[in-house]
Design a protein around this ligand. Sequence first.
Ligand SMILES: Cc1cc2nc3c(=O)[nH]c(=O)nc-3n(C[C@H](O)[C@H](O)[C@H](O)COP(=O)(O)OP(=O)(O)OC[C@H]3O[C@@H](n4cnc5c(N)ncnc54)[C@H](O)[C@@H]3O)c2cc1C
Length: 440
Amino acid sequence: MTRSYAVIGAGPSGLAVMRALQKAGIEATGFEASHDVGGLWDITNPRSTMYASAHLISSRTTTEFAEFPMDSDVDYPGHRVLKRYFDDYADAFGLRDRFRFDTRVDRLERDGEGWILRATARDAEGVETAVQERYDGVVLANGTLAEPNVPAFAGAFSGELMHTSAYKDPSPLTGRRVLIIGAGNSGCDIAVDAVHHAASVEMSVRRGYYFVPRYLFGRPSDTLNQGRPLPARLKQAVDSRVLRAFTGDPVRFGFPKPDYRIYESHPIVNTLVLNHLGQGDLRIRADVECFDGSTVRFRDGTSGDYDLVLLATGYTLDYPFVDREHLNWTGASPRLFLNVFPPSFNGLFVCGMIEASGIGWQGRYEQAELIAAYLAAVEQDPARAARFRARVGARAWPDLTGGYRYLGLARMSYYVNKDAYRNAVRREKAELAAPVREAS
Ligand SMILES: Cc1cc2nc3c(=O)[nH]c(=O)nc-3n(C[C@H](O)[C@H](O)[C@H](O)COP(=O)(O)OP(=O)(O)OC[C@H]3O[C@@H](n4cnc5c(N)ncnc54)[C@H](O)[C@@H]3O)c2cc1C
């Protein structure tokens, strides 16, 4: 009997899943809440957290799908080029027809060994129709960077408070006194936008950061030292020396000294902020103590007045359509084998719940291949699938840190080292493919 599968999301991960299933000869129905493929790279997707000036942060060749090189010679293409890339990818492999667009999954409920999927489909006139279908397995590829993380602050701010998820272009910044809270990759991109439009720009930071230039020795920095990764401690020592030589010490510009080593948190691939700090276009402030009308008070006893506070405070994982117990939520994230399989093997699979420096879409595709290999085993040789499940249950899960001691922050709870992770996925795929020997 052929089983039925659903895939939620037509972003890079959902497309990767559909492609890997297609290659394995497994049919699936895709559900996408937005009108097209591309996920957050489609700035017209209502859930997209993209903004007009956004470009790739990892370089093209480390990010693209290996079997589908990008039709561009630019190292860090902008989001419009990337949306086109996903259009081309979907068209090249006939993936679009496998998705139902404008169809949002609202709920997954356990039904015996399978899942009842409830969704809402919207037609061109905006008329909504309820959908209810049963699937043997469901792959969740609904993204990780859509649900804003909004910390609670003491006091109230009388100006405009906005999360970066709502930031699309610099128009709300024009002529205003802007405070950006947080200096992650989006916060730094937006700070660079802001210096050209705002009356003044300041950034409040809680901790120090490592700033990696986009280019080192004339090449995209993430293309160096590929293939044969150095041991963690050695790479940290070498790269922090290289960074000191190229970008200097960010403490000079007002950042706190990081209380952790490089790569123990996601590095910031942006040195334009440092240029703007050097030019006096931007100023670093301490962590926020409280809001008081239009005044923000900082923990170092200083304060400032602002018209707009932009929260660059990141995102939280969210799988709102399925009860947390089914994904084995533990703290800030689901605890899944290789960030993919709930240990109960309940027919749910997650693709894209992964954060790593340089994992790219190919890393997500490799997750998709592992899911496809498992489902192919379930269909064709249940003994191989059973052996995989037994192995997962019987032994300690592989160490995915690559020897780095990641900060104990919510956003780092599903962070992996790309080399350790890809090696582990490769090993499991090989194990899944190996024939089961009959006991003699
Ligand atoms: C500014 C910015 C720069 C980035 N730069 C890089 C980079 O350089 N390199 C890199 O590797 N990554 C980068 N990322 C990370 C980015 O998340 C990934 O590149 C990629 O988009 C992840 O793909 P995804 O398919 O997992 O998620 P998404 O792209 O978020 O796609 C998820 C899809 O699921 C759909 N969906 C959600 N909920 C439902 C539902 N209930 N029902 C149906 N459909 C649903 C959404 O509409 C969306 O289309 C960047 C992110 C941002 C915001």
